[in-house]
Design a protein around this ligand. Structure first.
Ligand code: CUA
Length: 330
């Protein structure tokens, strides 16, 4: 539904930090390259000129040269101090959020991001923010170390159990950007992420007022169900094929589901409702309890919409009858 950008070598500049941040980065990079090349060139020159047996003039070798020695001490010192001061200024700017910043809460857990807006609107693995407004994220982890990283904003901050950490930014460009977990946090670390969606202030206000729903005028229950599916990133775990992350739900309706406690049931609407709201009750054979509960997030209307959408997933891509998906009977 949303077009999450492929991350190029140099990410887009989409926050107010990005331009200065990149300038610092490329300045240090340019100085490093300049001195590396200059040093190597000097080595090569002297090797060529004074190699054993060359007839270079070796009379009167200089023992000391104060001007040169002072220059190669003082000039790099001044350069390092300028870079230090510039970076320190940038660091302080990035660590001190403006007083009027909007507060959004972030909870990291294995392996997703939960975000909550000031009026209670929640998102999973997606953060919707208005352009041109300072946003302060107050973050905590429910289990292990995670790290919240938006490359296009040039911001990154560890998310730690038992302690709030802070990150702020102001988006400067409407668009969709990457959200990564950038601290190894377990098996599915690499898939823990989503995107940040920057919208206009008017669209954000409208979106918040609608309770965060992706507004779909005159939408059918199936379309609303798809919006819920996308909003909670169900497809991250339930893809076209069974994976260790989660079983595929395509063509699941009407099939027999076998559970870890030895019982089984036909996948119907009642089963889907229980599986969405209370996933710990019946665990599909071959899986562990990793799916989060949605009993606090979805109301009954939404569960119905979601289950109706899941049904259509089977109709658009129906596997051959009586063919168990991916080897096991799920
Ligand atoms: Cu969470 Cu890596």
């Amino acid at each position: 539904m949303w077009n999450v950008p492929h991350l190029p070598f140099i990410p887009e500049q989409a926050s107010t930090f990005a331009v200065e941040y990149d300038l610092i980065y490329w300045t240090i990079m340019a100085l490093t390259i300049f001195f590396t090349v200059a040093t190597c060139a000097a080595i090569a020159y002297f090797v060529a000129k004074y190699h054993h047996g060359s007839n270079a003039d070796r009379s009167n070798p200089p023992a000391t040269n104060h001007a040169l020695e002072i220059a190669w001490s003082v000039i790099p010192l001044l350069m390092a101090l300028v870079i230090f001061a510039w970076n320190a200024e940038m660091y302080v700017k990035m660590r001190v959020p403006p007083k009027n910043a909007m507060n959004i809460f972030v909870v990291g857990k294995q392996w997703m991001w939960h975000l909550q807006h000031p009026n209670g609107v929640r998102e999973n693995n997606r953060l919707t923010v208005p352009i041109g407004v300072p946003i302060k994220l107050t973050m905590i982890s429910q289990d292990v170390l995670h790290s919240f990283y938006v490359p296009q904003f040039r911001v990154k901050q560890d998310v730690i159990p038992g302690r709030y950490t802070m990150l702020w930014f102001e988006a400067s460009k409407i668009g969709t950007y990457n959200l990564f977990c950038t601290e190894y946090c377990g098996t599915q670390h690499s898939e823990m992420g989503g995107y940040v969606r920057v919208v206009s202030q008017a669209d954000y206000a409208k979106w918040l007022a609608n309770g965060g729903d992706d507004s779909l005028p005159n939408a059918t229950p199936v379309e609303l169900g798809k919006a819920i599916w996308d909003r909670y990133s169900c497809g991250n775990c339930h893809g076209v094929k069974d994976t260790e992350r989660g079983p595929s739900l395509i063509g699941m309706y009407g099939r027999k589901r076998e559970f870890t406690d030895g019982t089984s049931a036909e996948a119907d609407q009642v089963y889907v409702r229980d599986a969405v709201l209370y996933p710990y009750r019946k665990i599909l054979k071959g899986y562990e309890q990793t799916m989060p509960e949605y009993s606090d997030l979805l109301n009954e209307d939404q569960v119905i919409q979601l289950s109706l959408y899941m049904k259509t997933m089977g109709e658009t891509a129906k596997p051959a009858a009586n063919t168990p998906a991916q080897g096991t009977n799920r």
